[in-house]
Ligand binder design. Sequence first.
Ligand SMILES: [Zn+2]
Length: 142
Amino acid sequence: MGLIEIASGNSVWRGMDYYNSKKVEEVEKTSDTTIDGTVRGENLYRVHVDIAHPRKSSCTCPFADGRRVICKHMIALYFTAYPKAAEDFLKQVEEWEKEEEEEENRHYEELRDYVNSLSKSELQSLYLDALIELEERRNRYW
Ligand SMILES: [Zn+2]
């Protein structure tokens, strides 16, 4: 799995912020799959990113130091070295959101078709049930 897949959503978005606000002060591709650099957070942190083995990445910030986690500084360094990765990530998110919206629209259409297929007496009885259930639910919270 890649760096982004392993990182928490929070680390990725905050890393994206750091990348956009140019908090990466030094960046050097030390091999085809490793990046070293410094990132300005509350302090200046030394960051090492290993793309092939993300768990081997390291950062001197309190969140990541000595733990095998992905922090926002690693993400910021990665995006700075590979802006295309940041672009791809945003595109991916956009696609997910679009799919989600399409899924939701499909679901609403199904609901509408279902409701439209009901007879008046079915609707009356279902609507009454729904109102009663709503009231019972409300009473439960009081
Ligand atoms: Zn860090």
